[in-house]
Structures are given as structure tokens and as C-alpha cells.
Design a protein around this ligand. Structure first.
Ligand SMILES: [Zn+2]
Length: 85
């Protein structure tokens, strides 16, 4: 029953893993390891066509409050982590 109907579903855990794996630093205060998920999924609309949007995850720097959108399609869930223990 793990089937998802949504074309792009964002896994918050995967985003957090992405942030730690690629050591994403804050562009504003250069803080590393302070970024966390602020909004799990929203859309950036370019132009006037709402269908043209890119699904993004908003990450927030816990240090200075900087909000940074992260394209959801850049976060690939490669099922490498073993969930079965
Ligand atoms: Zn910051």
C-alpha cells in the first residue's frame, strides 16, 4: 500500500539526507549543517502558466532564517538505505 498517485512526491527524510550528503551550506551566512526542511513541497511558477511550475522543497537555514528553494527533481530517492533492519 505504498503506492503514491502523485507524480512527484517529496520525501522529507530524503531531503534531509540530501542536505547532509551534499553538505549544503547557506548562501547567506555560509553556515553548514543548519539547513532544514521548512516546507515539504510547493511550486515555483515561472511565467504565467501555472502548469509550468517546478516542484520545489523549501529549506530554511536555522541560523539566519534564509529560505532556499530546492528543486524536487534533484532529490532522487535511490533506495540505497536499508530500511529493513
Ligand atoms: Zn544562514
Amino acid at each position: 500500500m505504498a503506492k503514491t498517485a502523485a507524480a512527484v512526491s517529496v520525501d522529507v527524510a530524503a531531503v534531509e539526507e540530501h542536505l547532509s550528503r551534499y553538505v549544503v551550506s547557506c548562501p547567506l551566512c555560509k553556515g553548514v549543517g543548519h539547513l532544514g526542511v521548512a516546507h515539504d513541497e510547493c511550486k515555483i511558477i515561472s511565467g504565467t502558466d501555472a502548469k509550468d511550475g517546478i516542484p520545489v522543497v523549501v529549506v530554511m537555514c536555522k541560523r539566519c532564517g534564509y529560505l532556499m528553494p530546492l528543486a524536487a527533481n534533484q532529490i532522487s530517492r535511490n533506495g540505497e538505505k536499508s530500511e529493513a533492519a
